[in-house]
Design a protein. Structure first.
Lengths: 196, 169
C-alpha cells in the first residue's frame, strides 16, 4: 500500500500539501515539547534538562517500530522509503561541526525555526547564521568536494552492517534508550533547575 | 516540577508518529536544513544567475524546470512555522524575546547564536542533513549515516559543553 505518493496512490500534486500538513504536526510537537527554548535544549549537555534525549529517542524508536510493523503488515514497501546514504568522512566531520554549532548556538535548524515561530529573536539570528553557513559551504564546495564524496557506503543500514535483523536492531536501540532515559532522570534529580 | 510543556515521552511518541506519516505518505522523512539550502540556492540564483549556472554546487539545484523553493522540505518547514506558532499561541508562549542565561548579556547570546548557526549551516551541508534529516530520520530507517550523525552531533556537544558552561549555567 504505502508509501502512497511514490506508488501514485495519491497524486504527486498532493505531495507539497502533505509536506505542509506534516510540517504543522512537526512544529506543533517540537514547540509543545519545549524545543523552542535554547536553554531547555542546552540543558541536555549539562544534565539539568534531558528533554532532548527523551523526545529524540522516543521519536526515533516510535517511527522505527512503526516502519517495521507497517512493513510486517504489508502496509508499506520499505524498498520505496528513502534511506540516506553514508559518506563516512563527511558524516563524521559534518556531525562534529554541527555538534559545535549546537552547544555554541543552542539550537539545531528545525528547533530554531520552531523557536522563531513564537518570537525568539536569538533563534532568528541563528537562522541567519544557518543561511550564511550554507552559503560558505556552497562557495567553498570545489575545495571540499573530494572529501565530501569520500567513504561512500551508499544507503547502508546498521542492521546490514552488523548482519542482524531490523527487529533485533530496533530492540537494541530500545534497550540503549531505556538505559539513557534512566540516566537522564537521575541527572535531572541531581541538577534541578527553574522552568523556562 | 511544574511545567507547561508536554510530557517528553508523549511528545516523543507524537513526533515519531508525525515522522511515520511522512514515510507512509511521501516515502521520506523529516528535515530542516534542506529547506534552508533551497532558500540560499534560490537567493544566489536571483542575485547571480551566471554564478549558479557555473558553480559545481548550485548547478545541481538550478536550471531548466528546477524550482528549489517548490521542494518538499520548504513546504514542510513552512508548516513548522505554522505549527510552532499555533502551539505557542495555545500555550501562551508568544512573545518577542532574546532568551538567555541570566549570567550573560543578550548581545553575547546573539553573537553565539549567530556563530552556532553558521557552524550548523555549514556542517549540515557537509554531513548531508541535520538533526532532523540525517540523525532522527536516518535512525528511524536504521541507516548508518543516521547513527553516525547522531553520535557525532551529540558527542561533540557533550565534549564541548564544559568550555561553554558560562553561557548556559
Amino acid at each position: 500500500m504505502g508509501p502512497l505518493v511514490p506508488q501514485e496512490i495519491i497524486g504527486a500534486d498532493w505531495n507539497l500539501f502533505i509536506a505542509f500538513a506534516i510540517g504543522i504536526g512537526f512544529g506543533f510537537v517540537l514547540e509543545q515539547a519545549g524545543f523552542s527554548s535554547s536553554r531547555k535544549l542546552a540543558g541536555m549537555f549539562y544534565g539539568y534538562d534531558t528533554v532532548v534525549l527523551k523526545v529524540f529517542f522516543t521519536g526515533a524508536i516510535t517511527a522505527m517500530l512503526g516502519l517495521l510493523f507497517f512493513s510486517l503488515f504489508g502496509w508499506i514497501d520499505l524498498n520505496l522509503v528513502y534511506v540516506n546514504p553514508t559518506f563516512l568522512g563527511s558524516a563524521i566531520v559534518g556531525g562534529i561541526i554541527m555538534g559545535a554549532g549546537f552547544i555554541i548556538g543552542g539550537f539545531c535548524p528545525g528547533t530554531s525555526v520552531c523557536a522563531a515561530a513564537i518570537g525568539k529573536i536569538d533563534a532568528m539570528v541563528f537562522i541567519g547564521g544557518i543561511f550564511l553557513g550554507i552559503f560558505f559551504f556552497a562557495e567553498g564546495f570545489p575545495l571540499i568536494k573530494d572529501f565530501y564524496m569520500s567513504g561512500d557506503f551508499g544507503p547502508m543500514k546498521v542492521s546490514e552492517l552488523l548482519g542482524i535483523s531490523g527487529g533485533l536492531m530496533a530492540l537494541l536501540v530500545i534497550i540503549a534508550a531505556l538505559v539513557m532515559f534512566k540516566f537522564g532522570e537521575l541527572a535531572e534529580k541531581k541538577w534541578p533547575r527553574e522552568e523556562y | 516540577m511544574k511545567t507547561n510543556y508536554m510530557n517528553p515521552y508523549l511528545a516523543g511518541v507524537l513526533l515519531g508518529l508525525v515522522l511515520l506519516m511522512a514515510f507512509f505518505f511521501s516515502g521520506r522523512g523529516l528535515g530542516a536544513s534542506g529547506a534552508a539550502k533551497s532558500v540560499v540556492v534560490s537567493a544566489v540564483e536571483v542575485v547571480a544567475p551566471q554564478h549558479t549556472a557555473n558553480s559545481p554546487y548550485y548547478s545541481k539545484y538550478v536550471g531548466e524546470g528546477k524550482t528549489p523553493l517548490k521542494g518538499w522540505l520548504v513546504f514542510e518547514m513552512m508548516g513548522v512555522l505554522v505549527g510552532g506558532f499555533l502551539s505557542g499561541a495555545l500555550s501562551g508562549r508568544l512573545n518577542w524575546k532574546i532568551e538567555h542565561f541570566p549570567g550573560i548579556t543578550a548581545n553575547r547570546r546573539l553573537v553565539f547564536a549567530a556563530m552556532g548557526g553558521i557552524l550548523f549551516g555549514f556542517g549540515s551541508q557537509l554531513g548531508r542533513g541535520c538533526t532532523s534529516g540525517s540523525a532522527l530520520t536516518g535512525m528511524a530507517v536504521l541507516s548508518v549515516a543516521g547513527f553516525v550523525s547522531m553520535m557525532a552531533i551529540f558527542g561533540t556537544a557533550f565534549a564541548m559543553a564544559y568550555f561553554l558552561r558560562k553561557n548556559w549555567i
